[in-house]
Design a protein around this ligand. Structure first.
Ligand SMILES: Nc1nc2c(c(=O)[nH]1)N[C@H]1C(S)=C(S)[C@@H](COP(=O)(O)O)O[C@H]1N2
Ligand SMILES: [Mo]
Length: 380
């Protein structure tokens, strides 16, 4: 088989004018994904030097929804962009060292950009589909690679800036930056390619993440989950192996503050003053759903063990092997009046899959840290 040369690609659709426009949209998607991703990563950290706000309660729902929508929309855009610039892969390497070095740097940065982007988008996509076929921590890897991708993207933009500026200010049918051979008309116009790229980006984002939009969750293709009380179930009690302990009459919720401690049965919790909070669960995987939760205010429980306000609180689950099993609830979340140890959801006893006997529900908190099957609350 003969390796093609740059000149063997003759379509005038593979042009700087198209690449720059699709690249601009892709850049916007990456920017949104980076900003919202940093928020999510920070919110999931063990401690936040600057505390995040608890209001509005839907803020994380919006930022994480945007994160997944931006990432999903980027997939068709990246595919179109790669198709458009594909001939560049076959550009001859300059002979002179003086020219070869910048070319090598530029191509190196593009190789890094393309490969990290593909890994980021693929692993993100699988994450939304709740399929984790790898052995590394998704969050750590996704976070680290984001910086590599953005670094390479900045180099790429800097190198191409003159062409980008020209292409974006000129007409889409302008041929100034075309390769001399790229003269053949395509099956559609350049505008047609852009419309196609834009519509598939929107369609992908919608189909894949419709779970974030109230009311249309049921048509979400891969992000669909089984539901009870209209709220998806991310991990069942059975797969978390908590059924026996959660349904046992020996279950107690332990409250610990230094030497002071209490152990409450579910009946003890039911006997306390019950409060209602309407709050969303906003999963890092993009879906979110709002429920009416009823249960005991966390602050009321902390008062039982004389915990002062302003203290972080460690929340443990009956479940032992999970990122959600042991997390820290920052002080401003613990003291918020809406933060509950929920016993009911939408007027019914909490189902086993939603965290029976009792679960944490706090405003503006990543879903992954809304601990189900809570067994212990410790003041730090
Ligand atoms: N103990 C425990 N709590 C957990 C989880 C878990 O796997 N184990 N999953 C978390 C995740 S990722 C989300 S999005 C929410 C989902 O809550 P739901 O299943 O009631 O909708 O619970 C969180 N709490
Ligand atoms: Mo989640």
């Amino acid at each position: 088989m003969r390796i093609p040369s740059e000149d063997s690609f003759t379509s005038r659709l593979r042009s700087a004018a198209v690449a720059a426009r699709v690249g601009l949209w892709l850049g916007i998607c990456f920017g949104v994904a980076l900003a919202t991703g940093l928020i999510s990563h920070y919110a999931q950290g063990d401690s936040q030097p600057v505390p995040l706000p608890t209001s509005p309660s839907w803020l994380y729902q919006v930022t994480q929804g945007l994160h997944v929508v931006a990432g999903t929309a980027a997939i068709p855009l990246l595919l179109v962009k790669l198709w458009v610039v594909f001939p560049k892969l076959f550009q001859p390497v300059p002979r002179q060292v003086r020219e070869a070095l910048p070319t090598a740097l530029e191509r190196g940065s593009i190789a890094i950009l393309v490969s990290t982007s593909l890994v980021q988008l693929t692993t993100g996509l699988l994450n939304v589909a709740q399929w984790y076929p790898w052995g590394f921590s998704f969050r750590t890897t996704h976070y680290a690679l984001a910086f590599v991708a953005v670094g390479a993207l900045l180099v790429h933009i800097a190198v191409k800036l003159p062409v980008i500026r020209d292409a974006l200010t000129g007409d889409v049918d302008d041929t100034a930056h075309d390769r001399p051979n790229a003269r053949a008309a395509g099956p559609v116009s350049r505008r047609g390619v852009l419309v196609l790229a834009g519509t598939s980006a929107l369609a992908a984002a919608f189909l894949y993440t419709a779970g974030t939009v109230p009311g249309v969750g049921r048509i979400a293709a891969l992000s669909s989950r089984s539901r009870k009380h209209g709220i998806p179930i991310n991990r069942t009690a059975h797969s978390a192996r908590v059924v026996a302990a959660a349904s046992s009459s020996a279950y107690r919720l332990e409250l610990v503050h230094g030497a002071t401690s209490r152990a409450l049965s579910r009946e003890d919790l039911v006997a306390m003053e019950q409060r209602t909070s309407t709050l969303p669960i906003a999963c890092v995987e993009g879906w979110s759903a709002t429920g009416e939760w009823r249960g005991v205010r966390l602050r009321d429980l902390l008062d039982l063990i004389d915990a002062p306000t302003g203290r972080d609180v460690r929340i443990r689950s009956i479940q032992t092997f999970s990122a959600s099993a042991d997390t820290v609830l920052p002080a401003n979340f613990a003291d918020d009046d809406r933060t509950l140890m929920a016993l009911e959801l939408d007027g019914e006893t909490l189902s086993m899959d939603h965290g029976y006997p009792v679960r944490l529900i706090a405003p503006d908190r990543p879903g992954v840290m809304q601990t189900k099957w809570v067994s212990r609350i410790e003041v730090l």
